[in-house]
Design a binder for this molecule. Structure first.
Ligand SMILES: [Fe+2]
Length: 316
C-alpha cells in the first residue's frame, strides 16, 4: 500500500539562502533547518534541462500543527547565470506555483508583524467562510521581501490552535494555476488529495488589485475557479483556473519566488512504481541525496500542466 501524505514542502527560489533562512526563521516561524545541501541535483534533466547545481535548504516550523505540516524549501541556483527571474506579470492563478499559505494563530497579529518586518501587505486581514460547507476562516496576504505571496489563514472552522502566542505554524497549502479543473482534480485524487474543503467560482474581490495592465484589463478581470482538495494528512493543494487563462507563469525551474512543490510519500520506490503503473510519466529513477543529516529522496514527474512537482521521501 502506497501512502501519499500531502504536500511536503513548497520550493521557493532565492538569490541568497542565508538571508532567506534568517528571514523565514525569525519572522515566518521556520526555525529549523533539517538540511542545507550544496551540490548537483540529479534526475532533473526533464524539468531543468540539465543537472542543476544549487544550494537547497529545507526549513520547518517547530510550531507546525496538523493543518500546517508543510515545509519551505529554499533553492538558490548556482550554475549558469544564477537564479532565473520570477515570471513577469504573475497575478495569481496562472499556470505555475503562485503562493505559499501558512496556517497561523491570529491572522491580524501575524500580518502586522510581517509588515513590520518588511513585507508588503497585499490583503488586509478579513474573515470569510467558504462554500460549499461554510467553513470559516480568517485570511490575509503579504509579499515577502522578495515578492513571494504569503497567505495567512486561521481555519477557525477546522482547527483551533494549541495555546500560545500569535505565530505562523507551517505551510497549510500551495496554490498553483492549471488549465482544466476536472483533469487536475482527477489527477491529484490518485495522489491522495481526495477531500474537497472548498470550491469557489466567484472572483475573490480583495485580489482585484493584483491583476494589472498590460497583463490584464483591470476593468474586465478573469473568472477564478478555485478548489482545495485535502489529503487525510499533510498540507493541501489549491488549484486555480482563470477564465480566460493567464499567460504561462511556470518560468524556468529555480526561478525566484514560489516555483515547485513536493508530495510526501512513505516509500518512494513503491510510489514511483504506482505512478508509472497509472500511466504517469516519471522523470527517471528515484534519486537519493546524502544531505549530511541523512538522505533526501525525490523523483520529479509530469503533472497535467507541466507544473514542477516531485515525490519526496524524507529520511533526514
Ligand atoms: Fe490559498
Amino acid at each position: 500500500m502506497t501512502t501519499f501524505m500531502g504536500v511536503d514542502h513548497v520550493g521557493v527560489g532565492v538569490d541568497d539562502v542565508d538571508e532567506a533562512i534568517e528571514f523565514y526563521g525569525r519572522h515566518v516561524g521556520f526555525d529549523r533547518v533539517p538540511f542545507d545541501y550544496t551540490g548537483e541535483l540529479p534526475g532533473m534533466e526533464a524539468v531543468a534541462g540539465r543537472t542543476p547545481r544549487a544550494r537547497v535548504a529545507m526549513l520547518e516550523s517547530s510550531s507546525a500543527t496538523p493543518v500546517g505540516p508543510g515545509r519551505v524549501k529554499l533553492v538558490q541556483v548556482l550554475d549558469g547565470d544564477g537564479p532565473p527571474a520570477s515570471p513577469a506579470g504573475q497575478a495569481w492563478g496562472e499556470v505555475g506555483v503562485c503562493e505559499i499559505c501558512l496556517h497561523v494563530r491570529n491572522v491580524q497579529e501575524v500580518h502586522d508583524a510581517l509588515v513590520a518586518a518588511g513585507c508588503a501587505s497585499l490583503m488586509e486581514p478579513m474573515s470569510a467562510d467558504v462554500p460549499p460547507a461554510g467553513v470559516t476562516l480568517d485570511i490575509a496576504y503579504v509579499a515577502d521581501p522578495w515578492g513571494t505571496k504569503l497567505e495567512m489563514i486561521e481555519w477557525t472552522g477546522l482547527w483551533r490552535s494549541l495555546p500560545g502566542p500569535a505565530r505562523a505554524e507551517g505551510v497549510n497549502h500551495v496554490a498553483f494555476g492549471v488549465a482544466d479543473m476536472a483533469r487536475t482534480r482527477a489527477f491529484y485524487e490518485r495522489l491522495g488529495f481526495t477531500e474537497l474543503l472548498f470550491e469557489s467560482v466567484d472572483f475573490f474581490e480583495p485580489m482585484a488589485t493584483w491583476y494589472r495592465a498590460p497583463w490584464y484589463d483591470p476593468g474586465n478581470l478573469p473568472a477564478q475557479h478555485m478548489t482545495m482538495p485535502m489529503p487525510a494528512q499533510g498540507a493541501a493543494i489549491e488549484p486555480v483556473v482563470l477564465d480566460p487563462p493567464g499567460h504561462d507563469c511556470r518560468g524556468a525551474w529555480g526561478h525566484l519566488g514560489p516555483m515547485d512543490f513536493g508530495i510526501r510519500v512513505g516509500n518512494l520506490d513503491a510510489a514511483a512504481a504506482r505512478l508509472a503503473a497509472d500511466g504517469v510519466q516519471v522523470h527517471g529513477a528515484p534519486q537519493s541525496l546524502d544531505v549530511g543529516s541523512g538522505e533526501w529522496r525525490y523523483l520529479y514527474f509530469a503533472e497535467p500542466d507541466g507544473n514542477y512537482v516531485q515525490l519526496v521521501e524524507a529520511r533526514y
